[in-house]
Design a protein around this ligand. Sequence first.
Ligand SMILES: *Cc1c(COP(=O)(O)O)cnc(C)c1O
Length: 388
Amino acid sequence: MKHPYIPYGRQCIDEEDIQAVVEVLKSDYLTTGPKIQEFEEKVAAYVGCKYTVAIANGTAALHAACYAADINTGDEVITTPLTFAATSNSILYLGGKPIFADINADTYNIDPQEIEKKITNKTKALIAVDFAGQPAELFKIKALAEKHDLIFIEDAAHSLGAEIMDSKKTWHKVGSIADMTTFSFHPVKHITTAEGGMICTNNPKLYEKLLLFRSHGITRSPKLLMDKTHGTWFYEQQLLGYNYRLSDIQAALGISQLKKLDTFIKRRREIATIYNKAFSENSFRDKVTIPFQIENSKSSYHIYILKLKPSSIGKNRNEIFNKLSNLNLGVNVHYIPVYYHPYYQSLGYSKGICPITEKIYEDIITIPLYPGMSDEDVDYVIKSIKEV
Ligand SMILES: *Cc1c(COP(=O)(O)O)cnc(C)c1O
């Protein structure tokens, strides 16, 4: 008998979440109502930033951030190739040019030294991803951005609740450091609203632009109107925005999920610790590399990645992947280097740009990790991997 399928990630929804959604369905506002502001305020308080904009999804959050960063045709934006395509797609939406900088071979996060090598007079912004939940070198990247007058966007789709220590040994949650930090609330992420996202910033000018961009570029705010002669009913479209609004149904789910975020993260860390121990036993040490945890940060473990050493295992990644799939484990690979995709190849990117990323891509495998996993699930994952 096969063990029931264990996905690599999944949501954790309880009765309280369901009730929160049902209440909104019975209320006056399904969208643009009070739950949006409440969700925004609660996320701002949680991460410790001044402004938050709830938005349709994590990709829309990145699109909005690139818009607010004033990315235009020909502008270069430096980012990591080891990410979901949405990160660099958001640059392309605005006519910008993604420039891929290689990653650090231990953390798999974008390497600040590689960023610096790629800065030109066309560079407008930097987008770092907190890979697998471990913050990128945010303070170094922030310093680089300040030095070269660039906007720093942090794609924190993996890292809600993660923390990083500054040079004065003060801990900060991600969301309070970059010029703009974006989150995703897709079901595999730390909390879910089905589809959903958020942008965090401390900059009032960026905040204003993000708000306009989310809703057609239209404002009703008397303070912002350019023409004040019409009347109280008047509104203006001041730029070309989108309908990227989140609904109140989703925001209510987000508020309810947020209450459980710290418990979710605790369980994610607990499972990661069990995996770390199991996969660093002597008999295993020459076969896999466990995630590298830097000292001045606390990962919130969106995903758990093992780097295989196929030569000492005697099997290649595909064989191992297929065997684990057959054991009903939802293994995955995060990620195919973005510029390998045919669309990026058609734009003129060629293989060889980021050799460290390309090498690591060959050997990584993502194994199941989500807060709803039982101890028995965790044991089954470990047992299966050891067997294979
Ligand atoms: C999930 C994810 C996104 C996109 O988020 P959506 O909410 O699915 O649009 C962007 N970047 C990274 C790194 C992600 O993991």
